[in-house]
Write a protein that binds this ligand. Structure first.
Ligand SMILES: [Zn+2]
Ligand SMILES: [Zn+2]
Length: 182
């Protein structure tokens, strides 16, 4: 017998909005305890910093909010928070991985990513898009053996800085399109 995923769980994840301070504290505490880890002042400060940025940040950026924090301890704490499921590591085409709060303790994130340098920002997805994705998941759930637990959607492009140093990018794209069409 095939056990289909419950659509309700997925819908709840999709409509989750930002948690207030108490709910945020409660959720990360619960998740740390679930993996036998404590809420330490440094971990709380790290989560607070990630929350204040409200976008994926590289380690160097993160450290500007955490004066006196040793790099080794920062990495160790990020590792624990990722295991607890409250922080996610995002890898782009850039040199540095970036970190942000996981969906369970933050808003549902979609990103725009620069293909050149890996710069990344959160974007607000229109409700209509979420509706389409929701329908797609319902459909896929009936044909796939996977239990669908979420989705990711990132848009790719060139950030303003990379556009400035590569003004011919659009022209190049046009040329290749015309070659292909021949
Ligand atoms: Zn860029
Ligand atoms: Zn979405």
């Amino acid at each position: 017998m095939t056990v289909l995923p419950t659509a309700g769980t997925y819908a709840a994840r999709m409509t989750r909005s930002a948690l207030d301070d108490d709910a945020f504290e409660h959720e990360f505490t619960r998740r740390l305890h679930a993996i036998n880890q404590r809420v330490t002042p440094r971990r709380r400060a790290l989560l607070g910093a990630l929350r204040s940025f409200n976008k994926p940040v590289a380690i160097a950026e993160l450290r500007t909010q955490l004066p006196g924090e040793a790099l080794s301890s920062l990495y160790r704490n990020l590792e624990v928070l990722m295991r607890a499921g409250v922080v996610e590591r995002i890898v782009t085409s850039g040199d540095f991985a970036r970190f942000e709060l996981a969906e369970v303790v933050a808003e549902h994130p979609h990103h725009v990513i620069c293909e050149q340098c890996g710069a990344i920002e959160d974007i607000d997805a229109p409700h209509a898009l979420e509706d389409v994705l929701h329908d797609t998941v319902a459909q896929v759930s009936t044909t796939s053996a996977f239990t669908i637990t979420g989705h990711r959607l990132d848009l790719l492009g060139l950030c303003p800085a990379c556009q400035a140093v590569q003004p011919s990018a659009v022209a190049i794209a046009d040329t290749s399109a015309s070659i292909i069409s021949k």
